[in-house]
Design a protein around this ligand. Structure first.
Ligand SMILES: Cc1cn([C@H]2C[C@H](O)[C@@H](COP(=O)(O)OP(=O)(O)OP(=O)(O)O)O2)c(=O)[nH]c1=O
Length: 201
């Protein structure tokens, strides 16, 4: 079978891929993440996931390369990772007591050809107190995360409800990633070994 490369610097994505029992190598992709003028949020994350996968596929055409991108979307506005603590606080104020979408795209690239899929999850935040926002921003957690929160960490206490894929919110939708890998000729379950280490062990 082909080898797997994760084109991502995100430790969450590596952890989720490890959870699936996949053996892989990490090679982050460095691409321009500027949205195009009038680019729709779904199109934007799909394009970025494919570009990340294709950038690394160029250097390793034989491998199956996985790329992914996550954005938080509210009122059709794309919220990426905050550049400053002030920006993180502003994003969290915007998300307070409202619903937003988390859009995650995942792509596989093999021999320079990419296939991608989009997963949209609806998340509702309870009202956030100003002192909570300040403390959360001070913790540093929001800084490397789309929308300035991480559901898998302290940010989980803000989430009232979620409809869709939890793993997609964290950064890599497990079900869709397994489907794409199978389509690329890597059905993950066929690689599982008794006693093989996985996250829950
Ligand atoms: C909403 C949300 C996002 N995130 C993270 C997932 C992604 O790592 C990050 C979104 O930024 P991305 O630009 O999608 O990814 P990245 O820059 O971290 O990594 P790479 O481009 O190399 O793959 O936000 C969480 O960890 N938890 C959450 O609840």
């Amino acid at each position: 079978m082909r080898s797997i490369i994760l084109a991502s610097a995100s430790p969450r994505r590596a952890e989720l891929l490890r959870q699936m029992g996949v053996e892989f190598e990490v090679r982050p992709a460095d691409i321009d993440e500027t949205p195009g003028p009038d680019e729709q949020p779904g199109d934007y994350v799909l394009r970025l996931a494919s570009e990340k996968a294709l950038a690394v596929s160029r250097l390793a055409p034989e491998a199956i390369v996985l790329g992914s991108d996550t954005s938080v979307v509210i009122d059709q506005r794309i919220l990426g990772k905050p550049a400053t603590a002030d920006e993180a606080a502003t994003m969290l104020e915007l998300l307070s007591a409202r619903s937003h979408q988390v859009m995650t795209a995942v792509a596989t690239a093999v021999e320079g050809f990419a296939e991608a899929c989009l997963v949209t999850t609806h998340v509702h935040f309870r009202a956030l107190r100003p002192d909570e926002i300040a403390a959360y921003v001070r913790s540093g957690d929001p800084m490397d995360k789309a929308g300035s929160y991480g559901i898998q960490g302290r940010g989980g206490i803000f989430v009232e409800s979620l409809q869709g894929s939890y793993s997609a919110v964290v950064g890599l939708p497990l079900r869709e990633t397994a489907d794409l890998l199978a389509r690329a000729g890597y059905p993950v379950w066929t690689t599982w070994q008794p006693g093989q280490e996985s996250l829950n062990e």
